[in-house]
Design a protein around this ligand. Sequence first.
Ligand code: F0G
Length: 349
Amino acid sequence: MGLLARYARLLPLTAATPAVNLEEGNTPLIPLPRVGERLGVELWGKFEGCNPSGSFKDRGMVLAVAKALEEGARALICASTGNTSASAAAYAAAAGVPCFVLLPAGKVALGKLAQALMYGAAVVAVKGNFDKALELARQAAETLGCAMVNSVNPYRLWGQRTGAWEICESLGEAPDWHAIPVGNAGNISAYWAGYREYLQLGRASKTPRMMGFQAAGAAPLVTNEPCPSPETVATAIRIGNPVSARLARAAVSESGGEFNSVTDEEILAAQRLLAAKGGVFAEPASCAPLAGLLKLKEAGRLPQGIKVVMVLTGSGLKDPDTAMSQVGRPVEAGDSLESLLTVLKPVSQ
Ligand code: F0G
């Protein structure tokens, strides 16, 4: 069952809302005991890479596209660091409406670009970063009369609340800490709204501390000023002026949480650790929280024994180039058992 059907009573649906569905949501909350041991906490990863387009964006996109169709939209538009465009293009394809996507030229991971093109979106590479592309998309949406499906669209954040609801349902309670990467700052805001709602509905008895993690080269919420030239290997969160900054600051201060930043090296080390010790391959941006938790542990600032959920926002398959730049190549062998054993022996000893 997709999210609109599953959470019909908690989402703003009417009799006229079309039943858009790619079977999004209901993603696994994966126990990560070997990684958690290193941190001294009970660690879980909400693996959003299992959504149909491979990232958490599908949670909000399904609702944004359904409402856009309900309101008579004939085309969709978005700016994106990659995942929003993949998601928008997928739902537009399924609904049979055109989709325009504006991407920062040369700064979108290969898998995400392949997705937008395969789903049939009109893809435009804009000279400039995401913040510039978003500004242009907003202007173009108004001029062309397209529905804007970035997280400035309130239905996006509403749909993304479902992630928090699912976590509370899986654990039977909210976690102690919620660790999440922050780019345009919509997701952390949506999760906070979702947790608060479940508290109000009596479906959870507490809310977690919201711990937001940014890349050091694109950390406006840590430095408290816009970052004019954001730069990071985690291209998904290469954003200098987050649209939902105000909501995200409120989420962090109301929940007793924090924003912290991590370097690209720390992000990549965390990505390798999560894959090699957790069995989960997530994209670089998704690994900023683990990098941050490791850093907090080292500084003696991670309470021991608590329950921590990290949102693993996108699949590692989205960005094969960054993965391959960190690992070796396969060992070569001939086509005989003898030649195979010569390469396997050093491994098995
Ligand atoms: N992780 C991934 C994999 C993302 O793609 C994004 C944002 C984030 C984290 C940050 O979430 O913006 O709600 O704070 N990607 C957007 C995009 C900007 O265009 O795909 P946020």
